[in-house]
Unconditional design. Structure first.
Length: 167
């Protein structure tokens, strides 16, 4: 197998092994020829296989990202639905009893020119200071402090405690 002095031969892996002429030349020439051979091999490699692999990797990454995004969104929606509604803030209304309707379990309490309807039920505590008293002691014209909550969107207070204030 004869080789000319300027001819380089390619090893098993495609890199330039050496040539007789190159053994006497500078290293730069060897590197230049190795680069040329490797570039030709890369250019001649089947591009379809690499581009299909790259495309599949991109598709997998996109699908994984989409799956995590959907799972995160579903989790946040589920957590938002599970949250119990925030406890209503207890309100206070101080005024004079204008009307009492025992059948409807309501009373109208006026402070200045503003009247509020107060609703009570069996759990409402009737007090005078720290002592519990009977509901029958509450009359029209009495000064009261009502504590309770307003249901969402309602103007009627649900009283948890109604305190009689005597002068």
């Amino acid at each position: 197998m004869g080789h000319s002095h300027d001819e380089a031969f390619v090893g098993a892996r495609g890199s330039v092994v050496a040539s007789r002429h190159e053994s006497h030349c500078d290293t730069f020439g060897i590197v230049q020829r190795v680069i040329e051979v490797d570039t030709r091999q890369i250019a001649s490699a089947p591009t379809g296989a690499k581009s299909k692999e790259d495309t599949m990797r991109k598709v997998i990454v996109i699908l994984l990202f989409a799956a995590f995004a959907v799972a995160g969104l579903a989790l946040s929606i589920a957590l938002a639905q599970e949250k119990a509604p925030a406890a209503a803030k207890e309100s206070r209304w101080h005024g004079i009893i204008v009307r009492i309707d025992k059948d409807a379990s309501t009373m109208d309490v006026r402070r200045g020119n503003v009247e509020r309807k107060i609703h009570w039920d069996s759990s409402t505590k009737w007090t005078e200071g720290t002592k519990t008293i009977d509901m029958s002691e509450f009359k029209e014209g009495a000064d009261v402090i009502c504590l309770g909550t307003y249901p969402s969107g309602s103007v009627v207070m649900n009283a948890t405690r109604i305190d009689l204030r005597r002068k």
